[in-house]
Design a protein around this ligand. Structure first.
Ligand SMILES: C[S@@+](CC[C@H](N)C(=O)[O-])C[C@H]1O[C@@H](n2cnc3c(N)ncnc32)[C@H](O)[C@@H]1O
Length: 310
């Protein structure tokens, strides 16, 4: 399993990343235009006069939820995440004040069968140890006739990016997304691709939806083999010194691999026109400019240091 494709590792990763997640991460990798394109694939008109109810799983700081509440009233939206740190940022957003918030595990959702009209999960599958189980849970908690939407990255084609991505967390190959949905029992599966402006590869990420044809659990429903997979249910006394050291090591190396993506993407963003990418650029915010300047200073120090040794 990849360094971060684990609940405890993801928990500690987001303990710190949540501080600057909205400032540096989303504006580069999961932009507003990507979010809107993905959500537009959904069916947001209620079938009767009742407003749709939506569950947003792995809702984090609420960036995707902000798109959802443009389509349905916030009071009908339930946000679920395993990270209280990420969730505390979502709770502070005025647009999300009327949403409900619940700590929980995507692979073991704390809701009965057939409860919601829509399920959305954006950018969370990367951390799920058993993604098929997460998709089965999406099926279980929506009503018959309801739609589930999963948004996630596709395994990169470039060898270096693929290596970093696969060391870090789960970037499923595109076929896996289709297989998760078909195995879970979804029908009428549709999808679209999303990518930030600086990416040449338009299959950078996928938004895939499917319709639940019948009530109850997924025909593929199964109970996990290892219950300790669930962070929420995990027994903290099971943490020994050795396991703690292993966890810390995985989080450190995984974070380093993850943080490598930020300067890579910042450079890709500013060099996009030079690389012949003519998509409308999204301007850098002040946090990104500071990060870019820091990368520039580090690169200059490295080059000067190398030259002075000659
Ligand atoms: C990249 S963030 C995406 C947040 C948000 N959906 C957005 O669009 O910005 C991934 C989120 O998934 C959450 N997460 C990871 N594994 C999870 C799990 N098993 N159950 C619930 N949430 C999980 C993390 O805590 C994190 O907040």
């Amino acid at each position: 399993m990849r360094l971060m494709q684990h609940k405890r590792e993801a928990y500690w990763f987001y303990r710190y990343l949540s501080v600057f997640y909205d400032k540096l991460v989303n504006p580069l990798f999961w932009t507003e235009s990507m979010r809107e394109k993905a959500l537009d694939l959904g069916y947001w008109d209620p079938e009767d006069e009742e407003d749709l109810t939506v569950i947003d799983v792995g809702s984090g700081t609420g960036f995707t939820t902000e798109g959802i509440v443009r389509r349905v009233p916030a009071r009908n939206v339930t946000c679920v995440d395993q990270s209280p740190h990420q969730m505390s940022h979502a709770r502070e957003k005025a647009a999300l004040a009327n949403c409900s918030f619940r700590l929980g595990d995507a692979e073991n959702l704390p809701f009965p069968d057939d409860q919601f009209d829509r399920y959305v999960s954006a950018g969370s599958i990367e951390y799920w140890p058993d993604p098929q189980r997460g998709v089965n849970e999406a099926y279980r908690v929506i009503k018959p006739g309801g739609w589930a939407m999963l948004i996630g990255p596709i395994e990169p084609r470039n060898a270096f990016s693929k290596f970093v991505a696969n060391t870090w967390m789960l970037f499923p190959p595109e076929d896996d997304y289709h297989n998760y949905f078909h195995r879970a029992g979804f029908k009428n599966v549709e999808w679209t691709y999303v990518a930030p402006h600086w990416q040449r590869n338009e299959r950078y990420g996928i938004a895939i939806i499917g319709r639940k044809p019948a009530p109850g659990k997924s025909p593929n429903h199964y109970v996990p083999v290892a219950p300790e997979h669930s962070l929420v249910d995990a027994n903290p006394e099971g943490m020994t010194l050795g396991r703690g050291a292993l966890l810390a090591g995985r989080v450190l190396v995984g974070s380093a691999a993850g943080f490598l993506f930020i300067p890579m993407a910042l450079l890709a963003s500013v060099t996009a026109p030079l690389r012949g990418i003519d998509a409308e650029p999204e301007p850098l915010n002040k946090h990104q400019k500071v990060a870019l300047a820091a990368v520039g200073v580090l690169a200059a120090v490295f080059i000067v240091n190398r030259l002075s040794r000659r």
